[in-house]
Write a protein that binds this ligand. Structure first.
Ligand code: NAD
Length: 510
């Protein structure tokens, strides 16, 4: 299915109108600087001045001053700011969702879905603002009480990737603000417009709220050097970085060197076991969404299928038929299910991976460029399935594109071994109607990932759970459950309400 080409300035005009409606200060846009392109047709949406990495020190000082005031605002009142942010996001949902589509190439329903995720985390954070609970602990000393207090941490740096340009910010920022911290956000250089839009939306909420100090939230635009300046700054106690494992391996030692704290959300290489008893109708639908949604550019995208040998051919045939029916085209067309890759480099890495897989003995179905005549400056690809004889080196790497490798197994133990036999550990799933297999998959001998699902795919997580993964995915947790603890410092308090001074462990002194 081919979408109608647009005039090259049409998307820029659309993005500009949205940003105006959302209240982005037009002076933030410039004639030169960082050129932001839409992956829809490769045209320039806007140019932005970038933050000089030498200016980061001033930004951190300002954010620290804001923190000194903000930490004294009671947490439920801080929650009120996030409640207002949620209201503003509800009003901005269509505009911001469309801007995500323009800038990141996501289909409209996924762009809007990302904004819904922001609204959901705001709701969660509002409730959390009255639940930053510590424990009361029995003291061994008479007339003493012990407790834990959770206290604000300081300036939090948020570094984000292009593929979830707004949701990842909200997971971090809604929680960090409720926890009493200030935030400096370095968005992806490929998606800074949505960042300016989010900042403007938050500003609207702040304008309706009496207690938000200047500098509570700042966006800094630029490339890795700007991120690096935040990473190395001693005034930033927490760096929450989302992106490739390569980025995480550069960031983690620098933060560790200054004994700072990091939350790392890095690359995935997510697999699904399809067992003999699986409901194949459900499995095919789950696989298609997980592997091809967002054109395979989710950290949780399904990249490996490990299927029981006796149903592998049937599954492959059904998947090929499902893949053939997927409309590829402009993400702004409501009928489209597969949008563009972010840029030419992404397409080339897909091509290279498919060539390597083929050399490793894989049979490639699909792949290749489409819509090149309609969009010569953009990169649309036909999603690929590769029937692999084994889990070779290329399968063990994350290629950020719609490639699904299919491997076969006979014994369940082999499937588990293949499943865990990669460096990444983000998300996973099993399709089975055998309760023993399902429970083994979730048990200590099963999936080694931060997310393990039964009878659903690995992508499309809800915000209520803690999100993140193990091994080279970085070990960080964001969003729901008790992930908020990563944004606070814990103090253990002992209070003596007696007239004696007994020492712990019966030590005698004076
Ligand atoms: P990327 O690593 O190229 O960039 C991510 C961010 O890090 C950008 O803002 C970039 O400017 C910054 N950055 C890069 N090098 C840096 C450095 N040395 N110091 C400081 N900042 C630096 O990633 P991308 O291409 O934008 O996104 C795709 C990758 O992100 C994939 O690997 C995907 O799996 C991963 N991702 C992970 C999650 C998760 O939650 N685990 C979520 C989204 C994306």
């Amino acid at each position: 299915m081919i979408s109608e080409p647009k005039k090259s300035d049409e998307f820029a005009a659309k993005a500009k109108a949205i940003m105006q409606r959302l209240g982005v200060d037009q002076r933030l846009l410039a004639d030169d600087g960082l050129k932001v392109r839409t992956p829809i047709d490769g045209s320039v949406l806007a140019s932005l001045p970038t933050t000089d990495s030498n200016a980061i020190d001033d930004v951190v000082v300002r954010a620290h001053e804001a923190f000194l005031n903000w930490r004294l605002v009671p947490a439920p009142r801080r929650g009120e700011l996030i409640r207002l942010l949620g209201e503003e996001l509800r009003l901005a949902k269509d505009d911001l969702g469309c801007l995500v589509s323009l800038e990141a190439g996501k289909i409209l329903s996924e762009g809007r879905g990302e904004v819904q995720e922001m609204i959901d985390i705001c709701d969660f954070a509002v409730g959390l603002s009255r639940q930053l609970y510590g424990k009361t602990i029995a003291s061994e000393r008479p007339g003493h009480r012990m407790m834990e207090s959770w206290l604000p941490l300081g300036v939090c740096a948020v570094i984000s990737a292009f593929n979830f340009p707004v949701a990842v910010w909200s997971w971090n920022t809604a929680i960090a603000l409720v926890c009493g911290n200030s935030v400096i956000w370095k968005p992806s250089e490929k998606a800074p417009l949505t960042a300016l839009a989010c900042d403007a939306i938050l500003q609207r909420a702040m304008n309706r709220f009496a207690y938000a100090p200047d500098g509570l939230h700042t966006v800094v635009v630029g490339w890795a050097d700007v991120g690096n300046a935040l990473v190395c700054h001693a005034g930033v106690p927490l760096v929450s970085a989302t992106g490739s494992t390569r980025m995480g391996k550069a960031v983690a030692p620098l933060v560790a060197q200054r004994l700072g704290r990091s939350i790392l959300e890095l690359g995935g290489n997510n697999a699904m076991i399809v067992a003999l008893s699986a409901d194949l109708d459900l499995a095919v639908r789950a696989i298609a969404f997980s592997a091809v949604g967002t054109a395979g550019q989710r950290c949780t995208s399904l990249r490996r299928i490990i299927v029981h040998d006796s149903i592998a051919d049937s599954l492959l045939n059904r998947l090929q038929a499902a893949y053939d029916s997927l409309p590829i085209g402009s993400p702004l067309d409501p009928k489209t299910l597969v949008g563009p890759l972010i840029d030419q480099a992404a397409f080339q890495s897909m091509e290279t991976a498919l060539e390597t897989a083929s050399q490793d003995g894989g049979t490639v179905h699909g792949g290749g460029r489409v819509l090149a005549e309609t969009y010569p400056e953009a990169w649309y690809a036909k999603p690929a399935i590769v029937d692999m004889p084994c889990q070779s080196e290329i399968v063990r790497q994350e290629t950020f594109a719609p490639i699904l490798y299919l491997m076969r197994y006979e014994k369940f133990e082999e499937a588990l071994e293949m499943h865990n036999g990669v460096a990444q550990g983000l998300s996973s799933g099993i399709f089975t109607n055998d309760v023993r297999e399902a429970e083994r998959f979730l048990s200590a001998e099963g999936s080694d990932c931060g997310i393990a699902n039964v009878n659903i795919g690995p992508s499309g997580a809800e915000i209520g759970g803690a999100f993140g993964g193990e091994k080279e995915t970085g070990g960080g947790r964001e969003a729901g459950s008790d992930a908020w603890r990563g944004y606070m410092r814990r103090a253990t308090n002992t209070i003596n309400y007696s007239t004696e001074l007994p020492l712990a462990q019966d030590v005698v002194f004076l």
